[in-house]
Design a protein around this ligand. Structure first.
Ligand code: NAD
Length: 468
């Protein structure tokens, strides 16, 4: 039995079977989660469908409900934050902040205007472009920011008048289950349904006839499967996929100032952020200083069980990801890279890995070309800026990137040459509810956040009134 229940049609739903959820700080099963059956998924889809007519008809009620949902999350941020730490591994203060962030996003969307544009108003006609809800949205999320990324979908989708069936990652189902339980208080039955299970459940959702839209965040490989599954039924998709973000330092960057910020943006959430810095390009003259500063910082941070006071970085979330990070680091080292800090797993239970700075990484190393999604950062030397930009762009990824230097105008000019959805100057990972976020190339299709993200949960409708 699980003490967490799915939410279907506003009711608690236990599943015929459960699966274990591992605490990554111990490697032991900490809780059980419901394993949704096909019949229960059908029931969740039917409930979402049934809730649509009333929900889409009352914009004021939707805004009120989203505000109330935000207030509930603020009130329960510590409680749900603990659940996040248990299943995800992040330190308690980060778990709590994730819940608070989710509330901030809900508040933003609760007040966001649904645009209605007049494109012609003359003697011939009044022509308006309005946005209509799509229907049932299937939302599928990953394990790095389970709650925040669910809200990135839920808030705009519900504001636009859609209803939702949400499925979190099997590694981190508990916080979304709790979200469903908590929001039963403020959302009409069927508006938000939360189901949990393995990857297979995601496949059932994308193939299900009810959803008109799939909003997916996860890896490139799964994103492609989702796109293929959506095609036969022409379901709309938004895909927020992996990244391999470059940071390029210019020759006027100050290593002492920049290294601290680079480290923060590379190791946030233990490197498990789609748009974390995943490779750093440094001019030859600054290379030694930057590597040393990053390595000193990496050695100074406190890694441990996220439940322990003062811990800054937790474990890697799950065993497959832990194995992958270990493998990519070992591969780089065997290819001639030097571990300026870290370089190996930390002995003991749980999926802990030393914060790792890799210097002298050979071109073509897997850790440069692939997404490591963990606490290991390759630092790469360059001689010629054009070549650095070319190497930064020479990948299928295109989520975000950053350029760092004392002359911000020059840095902005270089940032504009990066092939990615967000190009930062002297910062990285600066995200906001009103700022559209999405990827070029294999990093995604469509965007989330801001008015542009809201559009992704709507169909355009033209209302053309003839005056003749
Ligand atoms: P994943 O692709 O393995 O899983 C993501 C979700 O998809 C999970 O809920 C999983 O159960 C589900 N799933 C698996 N197979 C499926 C299928 N065939 N059909 C439908 N759903 C299926 O990704 P992950 O390992 O959980 O997350 C890490 C990845 O997510 C990284 O690549 C990271 O960069 C990316 N990510 C992207 C963003 C973004 O906004 N661009 C944000 C966070 C994470």
């Amino acid at each position: 039995m699980s003490e967490y229940t799915m939410t279907i049609g506003g009711q608690a739903a236990a599943a015929p079977r459960t699966f274990g959820v591992i605490n990554p700080a111990t490697g032991e099963v900490a809780e059980q989660a419901p394993d949704c059956s096909r019949e229960q998924l059908d029931a969740a889809m039917a409930a979402a469908q049934a809730a649509l007519p009333e929900w889409r008809a009352d914009e004021a009620a939707r805004r009120k409900a989203l505000h109330a949902a935000a207030d509930l999350l603020f009130a329960k941020s510590e409680e749900i934050g603990r659940v996040l730490t248990l299943e995800q591994g992040k330190p308690l203060q980060d778990g709590t902040m994730e819940v608070v962030g989710a509330g901030v996003w809900l508040k933003y969307f609760a007040d966001l205007e649904l645009p209605r544009e007049v494109i012609q108003d003359d003697d011939n006609a009044l022509v308006e472009v309005v946005r209509r809800p799509m229907g049932v949205v299937a939302a599928i999320t990953p394990w790095n920011y389970p709650l925040l990324l669910a809200i990135w979908k839920l808030a705009p989708a519900l504001l636009a008048g859609n209803t939702m069936v949400l499925k979190p990652s099997p590694f981190t189902p508990l916080s979304s289950l709790r979200l469903g339980e908590v929001l039963r208080e403020v959302l009409p039955p069927g508006v938000l349904n939360v189901v949990t299970g393995g990857d297979e459940l995601g496949g059932w959702m994308t193939a299900h006839p009810a959803p008109r839209k799939i909003s997916f965040t996860g890896s490139v490989a799964t994103g492609k499967r989702v796109a293929a599954a959506a095609a036969p039924d022409l379901k709309r998709v938004t895909l927020e996929l992996g990244g391999n973000d470059p940071a390029i330092l210019l020759d006027d960057a100050d290593p002492a100032v920049v290294a601290e910020k680079l480290f923060g943006a590379a190791f946030m959430n233990n490197g498990q952020v789609c748009s974390a810095i995943k490779r750093v390009y440094v001019p030859e003259a600054l290379y030694g200083d930057v590597v040393d500063a990053l390595a000193a910082k990496a050695r100074s941070v406190k890694v441990g069980d996220g439940m322990t006071e003062g811990v800054e970085y937790g474990p890697v979330n799950n065993k497959p990801q832990f194995d992958r990070v270990s493998e990519l680091v070992a591969d780089a080292i065997s290819g001639g890279a030097r571990a300026a800090a870290g370089g190996k797993a930390i002995d003991g239970p749980g999926y802990f890995f030393e914060p790792t700075i890799l210097a002298d990484v050979a071109d073509g190393s897997r850790i440069v070309d692939e997404e490591q999604f963990g606490p290991a950062l390759p630092v790469i030397k360059y001689r010629d800026l054009d070549e650095a930009v070319e190497r930064a762009n020479g990948t299928h990824f295109g989520l975000s990137g950053s350029v760092w230097g004392a002359d911000a105008d020059r840095a902005a000019e270089v940032a504009g040459r990066l092939e990615c959805g967000t190009a930062w100057v002297n910062t990285h990972l600066a995200l906001a509810p009103n700022q559209p976020f999405g990827g070029f190339k294999w990093s995604g299709v469509g965007v989330e956040n801001g008015t542009w993200g809201l559009y992704g949960f709507t169909e355009i409708q033209v209302i053309h009134r003839s005056r003749l």
